[in-house]
Design a protein around this ligand. Structure first.
Ligand SMILES: Nc1ncnc2c1ncn2[C@@H]1O[C@H](COP(=O)(O)OP(=O)(O)OP(=O)(O)O)[C@@H](O)[C@H]1O
Length: 252
């Protein structure tokens, strides 16, 4: 039986002034998997990630999401079709409560703009779902707190809740552990595992312990190209990968 692939690229490339940041990358992301993009510094992970969310236009290659060619679509329409990038699009508004941050995200999904100056009743209809989403990320106790007062780890959980408000089928996470204190890594890892149920997650992540714990499949990039692909055991025992990390300097 053919694999159920949600996101597929063919020969994806990005050149900057003749230099290939990403070169001929053909990826297949299986539906309902957690897939990591890793590689040493400058390997092309961020560029590749930006190509996949179509926030950076590719110079060659195609991207197919759910069988549709999205290569030349705009980022907003890709997000509306269910592929949502977290931790950047979903900014947290510090001077609003935790609950209101999620209610506004739900309002946005319902087709409204950031119309929080409108009738409070418009937002009120989102309260039950907002509370469910806060419970899903263990923030229910902080619903009435100003978002600015949350710890860094809890802000990240709130960002996840505002992403989930868009009801994504696929979530792209750009270094979800970056900047987190040691004590927040475990809780955010478990949170990602939980929100990944019934969804597909693609993440760029430097923390190899987190990758080992969460990810079903790993693609290793080096100098913009795919060096290896497989599960954690296959990747961690691959001699070329080990050499790339020693030569390129890993963060792990
Ligand atoms: N806008 C740009 N203009 C020119 N070169 C770029 C641009 N963006 C990225 N590059 C180059 O492309 C290569 C890949 O960069 P990229 O940021 O994608 O790597 P990365 O794997 O995400 O690195 P890191 O782990 O350090 O974040 C690097 O050599 C980088 O200098």
């Amino acid at each position: 039986m053919a694999e159920d692939v949600i996101l597929r690229t063919e020969g994806l490339s990005k050149q900057f002034m003749g230099f290939y940041a990403v070169r001929d990358v053909s990826l297949s992301i299986r539906r309902h998997s957690i897939h990591a993009l890793i590689g040493p510094n400058g390997a092309g992970k961020t560029t590749c990630f930006n190509l996949l969310t179509v926030s950076t236009p590719s110079t060659a290659g195609r991207i197919h999401y759910n069988g549709r060619d999205i290569t030349r679509r705009d980022p907003a329409s890709v997000a509306a079709s269910g592929m949502v990038r977290s931790f950047q699009i979903s900014a947290v508004f510090g001077q609003m409560t935790v609950l209101d941050n999620v209610r506004v995200a739900l309002q946005r999904r319902a087709g409204g703009s950031f119309a929080f100056w409108r009738s409070v009743r418009t937002l009120d209809r989102h309260t039950p779902r907002a509370r469910e989403l806060l419970a899903a990320v263990n923030l229910d106790r902080y619903a009435n707190e100003l978002a600015a007062n949350l710890s860094y780890g809890r802000k990240r959980a709130l960002e996840l809740a505002t992403t989930l408000a868009l009801d994504p089928e696929m979530i792209l996470l750009d270094e979800p552990m970056a900047g987190l204190g040691h004590e927040d890594i475990g809780p955010i890892t478990r949170l990602i595992a939980r929100v990944a149920q019934q969804r597909t997650v693609l993440m760029v992540e430097h923390n190899m312990k987190v990758v080992a714990e969460l990810c079903d499949r790993i693609t290793v990039l080096q100098s913009g190209e795919i060096l290896a692909e497989g599960n954690y055991d296959e990747i961690s025992s691959n001699a070329r990968v080990r050499e790339a990390y020693v030569g390129g300097g890993a963060h792990a």
